[in-house]
Design a binder for this molecule. Structure first.
Ligand code: SF4
Length: 235
């Protein structure tokens, strides 16, 4: 059960993050009107940075503009476009398979249901959530490594399993703010709340954060910064 205190903590954290990143959005280049291209970008982003994906997709989509083009091609013809990305052979194979599934089973329309998406080659739980939230506006929160880590440190969840993190955040956060929470947690994780050394001393939501599991060096840097800031007032 979610307590009022937990809900209030989530609200404070969310407000703080929204203030820090009012423009937060997916850092993959895509247009919401084209769910297939979003699906391609999301599949390519596994274990790759969004920037790396954005570098290959313009030429990829010039050569293969839609789901039909992907469904017809042999994976080896996609591979040269994907060579700079990790696991590119798997990704090429999955994209062709997924395109064939979308054209034969779904009338060439990317499904709106997470369960149907998760049955497509290369599309896992998180990817399906990213696609339905960004392309179709479905109120879900996709949990990646940044979302899970930052939410745990903030004290919004104690879970590590992404499904349980999603369930907790979904219970805590109003439906209409789930996509915003997804983006702002990711942006904060990429810019400030680093996996190895979170920069708590430079963090705009530090007062609202429980700092669960934060490394000692970050807490020490925060204590030093606070002591320096308070110094002149004491003298
Ligand atoms: S205070 Fe530290 S642990 Fe908490 S959100 Fe900010 S950077 Fe992350």
């Amino acid at each position: 059960m979610v307590t009022r205190a937990q809900r209030e903590r989530a609200r404070a954290a969310l407000e703080g993050l929204k203030g820090l990143y009012p423009e937060a959005r997916s850092e993959l280049d895509f247009i919401p009107e084209d769910p297939w291209r979003l699906l391609v970008s999301v599949v390519l982003s596994a274990q790759c940075s969004d920037a790396a994906v954005n570098r290959v997709t313009p030429a990829l989509f010039r050569a293969f503009p839609d789901v039909h083009a992907f469904a017809r091609v042999e994976p080896k013809h996609l591979e040269p476009h994907l060579k700079t990305l990790g696991l590119y052979r798997n990704k090429a194979r999955n994209l062709v398979l997924a395109a064939q599934q979308v054209t034969t089973l779904h009338g060439a329309v990317v499904p709106r249901e997470r369960e149907a998406l998760q049955r497509l080659a290369g599309v896992g739980t998180k990817s399906a959530a990213v696609i339905v939230a960004n392309a179709y506006g479905t109120p879900v929160i996709a949990v990646d490594t940044h979302v899970g880590r930052v939410a745990r440190r903030l004290g919004l969840t104690r879970h590590h399993d992404p499904d349980r993190v999603e369930a907790t955040l979904t219970a805590l956060i109003p439906r209409e703010r789930l996509l915003e929470a997804h983006h702002t947690l990711i942006w904060h994780g990429r810019r400030v709340c680093d996996a190895r050394t979170p920069r708590c001393h430079a963090c705009g939501v530090e007062p609202a954060c429980r700092k669960v599991g934060v490394p000692k060096r970050s807490l020490e840097a925060l204590a030093r910064a606070k002591a320096t800031a308070e110094g002149p007032a004491r003298r």
